[in-house]
Design a protein. Structure first.
Length: 290
């Protein structure tokens, strides 16, 4: 074997050893993560088993003696699940679309003008929205929506778009600033306007961030209870969380039916998150690093 071949073999062996060393499992960290995961798995288990019990068996962690699958059918009928799910779907989809169409415009404008005092002020002003407790602005929002006759689905969609702009800008601006300005300059030399540059150059490159913003907005709009509660006045427009509020009054003692309804409401958004979680994690990581 020549010295060159020996060197290559030695280097390959070293790389293999290093690779195997990097692949070692930290069992202490794995055990800690497994224990912490119980904070999610235990309540989920309790929800599932409660939804399949009789009212007399509810409140314990034991498996049901008889599997009461009809709880899901009863909850479906009591909540009027198709109507409530349709209302939630309309509000969620429209909120996601409007958020992507508006928040990305603002993020692009602020990201490319951070050297100007006014845009820096806008950036920190929008970020400050994230630290204002919702209970502080809840009553003014309800009064404002009522006075503007926006106490309906349209007003709720607008609220989701506006109130989410702080976190969306925090995620998107860092990613936009990582896109080379030379790409925009090349398009501008070819005669492209600012709007055309945004749509043909910037917006397509924002795919991972847009996916993250869309998923986070969808999770929020689908599961939210307070905003629909203080905004919607028409009973026919109520979302799933509002429709489920009936279990807190008329059906307080029937916990299995209530938990069955909670599982049905959770299922669609949980399925979406399971398949899209890589975009959420990847988008947040990209947006957090310039």
């Amino acid at each position: 074997m020549t010295s060159a071949n020996a060197s290559i073999a030695t280097k390959g062996s070293a790389n293999t050893t290093k690779y195997r060393k990097d692949r070692n499992i930290n069992w202490w960290l794995t055990a800690a993560v497994a224990v912490l995961s119980l904070t999610v798995l235990v309540p989920l288990y309790f929800t599932v088993v409660t939804a399949l019990k009789t009212p007399g068996e509810a409140g314990t962690f034991t498996l049901p003696t008889t599997w009461e699958w009809h709880n899901f059918v009863d909850a479906w009928n009591k909540v009027n699940y198709p109507k409530a799910a349709l209302n939630s779907a309309i509000i969620t989809v429209c909120a996601v679309v409007l958020t992507l169409l508006t928040n990305t415009f603002v993020a692009y404008a602020v990201a490319r003008n951070m050297d100007k005092r006014f845009f820096r002020f806008l950036y920190y002003f929008f970020l400050a929205m994230m630290f204002v407790p919702f209970t502080v602005i809840m009553l003014p929002i309800a009064k404002e929506m009522g006075s503007l006759h926006l106490d309906n689905q349209l007003g709720l969609i607008i609220l989701y778009t506006i109130l989410g702009i702080g976190s969306n800008l925090f995620i998107a601006i860092g990613f936009i600033r990582s896109i080379p300005v030379s790409l925009e300059e090349a398009a501008r030399i070819d005669g492209a306007s600012t709007w055309r540059i945004f749509w043909t150059v910037i917006f397509p490159l924002m795919g991972p961030i847009n996916a993250t913003i869309a998923i986070l907005t969808a999770l929020w709009a689908w599961n939210d209870f307070l905003l629909p509660l203080i905004t919607l006045t028409d009973q026919s427009n109520q979302t799933i969380p509002l429709a489920q509020y009936v279990f807190q009054s008329q059906f307080t003692s029937n916990y299995p039916m209530a938990f069955a309804s909670y599982l049905m409401a959770m299922a669609p958004v949980l399925i979406v998150y399971v398949f899209a979680q890589k975009w959420v994690v990847g988008g947040v990581m990209r947006g957090a690093v310039k």
